[in-house]
Design a protein. Structure first.
Length: 193
């Protein structure tokens, strides 16, 4: 993916949705082409927006509505969630399992134990090494506030607040001293099961 094209979350609450759009772009080349060019290569359907950044924003906002609405990507009922609170981890897992993750995979949101973060880091690195992009919830001591996407086992990470890749340090992850978009502590990882 070309990271300089403007994959920035369109508002303060859509980081989880932006992560899901990027994950789908990584796993579905036709969808990536739709976002990049505005035209789906197979169906010919068109996407609104003039620039890549505008189309990405349209898709992220649509994803946010879908993941917080009463029906998930598969058509199953889900607990609606206030959009102002972002995207809940279980909705991210359902969306990855339905269309944004590696085809045929099922995902689950797992708590990163603050007393033993190594297990969470190992699960993330293992999933990433197997080709899965891993949504990771970060926050303060008290609450998760931001979602990023771990792209590979070297912990290169997409941060939707800036729309580009950043490096996540293993020691900072283990110590709960990360500095990504101002958040330091890992809370949840959405990994394949």
């Amino acid at each position: 993916m070309e990271w300089s094209l403007g994959y920035v979350q369109p508002d303060r609450r859509s980081c989880g949705a932006a992560v899901l759009v990027v994950a789908r772009m990584l796993n579905d080349p036709a969808y990536a082409e739709l976002v990049l060019t505005g035209r789906h290569p197979d169906t010919g359907s068109m996407l609104a927006g003039g620039s890549v950044g505008e189309r990405f924003g349209v898709e992220a906002l649509a994803m946010h509505r879908r993941t917080t609405g009463p029906v998930d990507v598969t058509g199953a009922l889900q607990l609606p969630w206030p959009q102002g609170l972002g995207t809940p981890p279980w909705a991210v897992a359902r969306q990855l399992s339905g269309s944004s993750g590696v085809p045929g995979s099922r995902y689950d949101a797992r708590v990163v134990n603050p007393f033993d973060r190594r297990g969470g880091l190992d699960a993330i690195a293992t999933a990433a090494a197997a080709g899965h992009a891993v949504p990771l919830y970060l926050g303060s001591l008290w609450t998760p506030r931001h979602v990023v996407l771990v792209l590979d086992e070297r912990l290169r990470t997409y941060d939707p607040s800036v729309g580009r890749r950043v490096r996540m340090d293993r020691d900072d992850f283990l110590g709960g001293t990360l500095d990504i978009a101002g958040w330091s502590r890992p809370w949840f990882a959405v990994v394949p099961v």
